[in-house]
Design a protein around this ligand. Structure first.
Ligand code: F3S
Length: 403
């Protein structure tokens, strides 16, 4: 891989040992993926949850801080495995919390922007069309590549940190125009999709295409950002979709022809009303009453909190049920100022910031069935925590869990 004189000096340690280590990492990965050179990035988003990084991740981040490394581009961070101020209340083991607190300390020393959220694109870390950046968090990667038309690969833990330290990333994969054309045509034949249908659709698409690039037709141009974030999160989870084109919405997909570019569709998938209903049934693994409600995957936005507050005003969560809502601290603060958080809390909803039901260990609660409106939660939670899933739209969740 070609390196400029400046980059060679960084690799030789001229900018310090932390930068040297980060350069070693990104040049090796770049060589592995056949990158021709390193390109500058403008922003980063890294993983920081102990649930995925484990002790090896803690030690790697501490190694970087001990070597004096700092992030040189604005860098936000994904949800973490504890609520920093409420971990005892959430039945987290002290030793586990200690590991997560070490990760927080290391990230802070490297000057992270402590957002602890998977929706950086809604809370200030906002890429623009064709901007090159380096993000972890599969749902955020899918959204920003697909709906914004910005350019990132799906980073992994450690690699993301190295990019943020150097301000560089290897030029391969989705950074290159020729790798962004559509590969599979997906025709959606259902009018008036509900919010849940976008999640279900993403789940179907991800399962069907794996890591290929789907071109989706049949969605309304009026589809909301929150619906598209649900679609992307599900597709990135059931498959490993990092880029999809929605015709009429994605910037490079004014038409299906434009989205495919020189490619011919390798396959065509038709998804109708019956497929969506059937998949909705399949995603649920239990018909039992839920003892946990979990919403906010990806993290809830302000409009989603407004919707939920409208549905629960004057109601109360049934006894024997925990109702947890996940969002970022900044969105929570805004919702507080709007008077929405008191409405949720007086209904018995536990508003949890900075974490989520996947990255936070919740086994100690002994839950049997989690009800959720997120296909990503539904896809990951059974294997991660051994909890069954009931999958339903928000209105139904409120009906089942509240009186
Ligand atoms: Fe976000 Fe956690 Fe879902 S990180 S996308 S809320 S699994």
């Amino acid at each position: 891989m070609y390196l400029s004189k400046k980059q060679e000096k960084m690799l030789d340690g001229e900018d310090g040992e932390g930068v040297r280590l980060a350069m070693q990492l990104i040049t090796r990965i770049g060589d592995m993926y056949g990158a021709d050179r390193l390109v500058e990035i403008s922003r980063s988003h890294v993983l920081g949850h102990f649930g995925s990084l484990h002790i090896a991740g803690v030690e790697l981040l501490e190694k970087f801080t001990n070597l004096g490394a700092k992030f040189i581009v604005p860098t936000t961070v994904d949800p973490i495995s504890i609520e920093p101020n409420r971990w005892k209340e959430l039945k987290i083991e002290p030793e586990y919390a200690e590991h997560q607190l070490r990760l927080i300390k290391a990230l802070n020393e490297m000057r992270v922007v402590p957002t602890y959220s998977c929706i950086p694109y809604l809370i200030g870390n906002v890429p623009r069309y064709k901007e090159v950046f380096a993000w972890s968090e599969s749902s955020a990667v899918a959204y920003s590549n697909s709906i914004v038309g910005a350019r990132t690969n799906r980073m992994t833990a450690g690699f993301d940190i190295a990019c943020a330290i150097t301000g560089l990333t290897p030029n391969f994969g989705f950074l290159r125009d020729e790798n962004r054309h559509g590969q599979v045509l997906v025709e959606v034949r259902k009018k008036e999709l509900r919010d849940l249908d976008y999640h279900t659709l993403g789940y179907i698409v991800g399962k069907a295409v794996g890591n290929m690039i789907p071109v989706i037709t049949g969605l309304s141009r009026e589809s909301k950002a929150d619906q598209l974030k649900g679609l992307g999160a599900a597709a990135a989870s059931s498959g490993s979709v990092a880029l999809f084109h929605v015709v009429g919405i994605s910037p490079d997909a004014g038409s299906a022809e434009e989205a495919f570019g020189p490619n011919k569709p390798e396959d065509k998938i038709v998804i109708d009303e019956e497929d969506i209903a059937k998949t909705e049934d399949e995603i649920g693994t239990s018909d039992e009453e839920p003892d946990l409600i979990a919403v906010g995957c990806p993290h809830f936005s302000v409009p989603e909190i407004i919707d939920l507050a409208r549905l629960v005003r004057g109601k109360k969560v049934k006894s024997g049920v925990e109702f947890w809502l996940y969002t970022s601290e900044s969105i929570c603060n805004t919702a507080e100022r709007m008077g929405l958080i008191p409405v949720l809390e007086s209904a018995g909803i536990n508003v949890l910031c900075s974490t989520c039901a996947v990255v936070c260990p919740i086994r100690n609660w002994g839950f049997n069935v989690m009800m959720t409106n997120s296909a990503k939660f539904a896809n990951v939670v059974p294997s991660e925590h051994g909890i069954d899933i009931a999958y339903a739209p928000l209105e139904k969740i409120v009906e089942v869990s509240m009186r």
